[in-house]
Ligand binder design. Structure first.
Ligand code: MG
Length: 124
């Protein structure tokens, strides 16, 4: 099963991406905060996490740290509105597998998710 977790404080983005990926036969869980993301990760065990950087409370960077310390094998793609070079570099250093900037190119995103799932299946 192809399972994705979408984490964004903007519920419309979550809903939009959820229907986009569900139409493509993914099982999609959503979370609107970092705290929720950690819960969902335990419960749903997604292969790939799409993680917004800018969220109130526990932000994407803190969430990434938590995910990578608990589930180092989870693939994480960071999603960010403002391409702040140093934030992205910090995420990559913390183990993020890639990043995508908003406005989202859905074709790019879909290909990247596919690639991460294939690489997870190979145990990378
Ligand atoms: Mg946000």
């Amino acid at each position: 099963m192809l399972k994705l977790l979408i984490v964004d404080d903007e519920t419309e983005i979550c809903e939009f991406l959820k229907s986009f990926f569900e139409e493509r036969n993914y099982t999609v869980a959503i979370a609107n905060s970092g705290e929720q993301a950690i819960e969902q990760l335990k419960k749903e065990k997604p292969q790939v996490v799409l993680l917004d950087i800018k969220m109130p409370g526990m932000d994407g960077i803190q969430t990434l740290r938590e995910i990578k310390s608990k589930n180092p094998k989870s693939k994480v793609i960071m999603v960010t509105a403002i391409e702040t070079r140093d934030k992205i570099e910090e995420c990559l250093r913390l183990g993020a597998d890639n990043y995508i900037t908003k406005p989202l190119s859905l074709e790019y995103l879909e290909n990247d998710v596919k690639e991460k799932i294939e690489s997870a299946a190979k145990g990378n």
